[in-house]
Design a protein around this ligand. Sequence first.
Ligand SMILES: [Zn+2]
Length: 330
Amino acid sequence: MTELALPWGLAPDGRLVRVATVPSGKACDVVCPGCGGGLVAKKGGIIRHHFAHLAEAGCGGGALESTLHRLGKQLVADNCGLHLPEVVAEVEHWRKPLAKPQAFEAERSEIEAALGPYRCDVMLWAGGYRLAVEITVTHPCTPEKIEAFRAAGVDAVELDLSRLRWDDLGPGAGKLVLRDAPRRWLHNARAEAERASMAAYIARKRAEEAREQARLADEARRVRAEREARHAWHATNAQWLATYGLMLEDRSEPQWMVADRRGSMWRNNLRAAAWFWLGADAAAAWLSTPPPGLPHSVESQPAWPSRQEVQALWVQLYLARPDKEQERAA
Ligand SMILES: [Zn+2]
């Protein structure tokens, strides 16, 4: 196991200090941010200056994670600001940018500021505006804590330092933490409000669409039912006609029975045919005063018509339909 070379140590006042700013050797008076073990500042002439653990066993663990977390807080608080990510309102695949990534400068900062039952890593104040900064190295912010930010109306941003290594913690660490490391909004009131209004708009549009779909489906059902009724009527009527035609030829029944049955079938059939071809109103008019040229009135049939007469009557009835004007002329 190679000896851990730490670029930062934890001073008694709780701040991380760079090896360049402390006396050499044990006089540096710093401990390991991870295990709390004593460190010695090694500032020789050959290898890069660093802190090393005093104990033979080396580090008890967690030095990098703890350094990153502490350093993140310290740098943001000292700088009193950081670079913020883009503000975007998103609903499903819709995306509305509200503000570009930009630097944020506060007037005051506080490490481990209280927020209800929680503490946020750094709180920044700019006028009446509060911004919480969470540093994540091993664990992302919990949903409960995000809810607390929302409830308190505090915008919050999460700084992800989990990808940084010891080599990143040299003089360029400030720029990495404050500007370049990945960051995301945990809560942004403006994006949230815009998102809500977008969601409401989408829900409204969807409801409208659903209503229109339902209306079209109803319409299609109605048209289908109408068509089916027409087909059913056609089928029934064809059967009636066939039966009637057959009965005209039937000589086996006593004449009065045949006449009676034919009479009622004829009348019913004619009424139905008139209703179907002419519509209810025209059919009523036609049945009460049949136009000249038709062989008979329905109720006063002097003699049962022949099959040819029946067919002729059907053709006339058919052509009496208002939409058959042209065929009639031909
Ligand atoms: Zn250690």
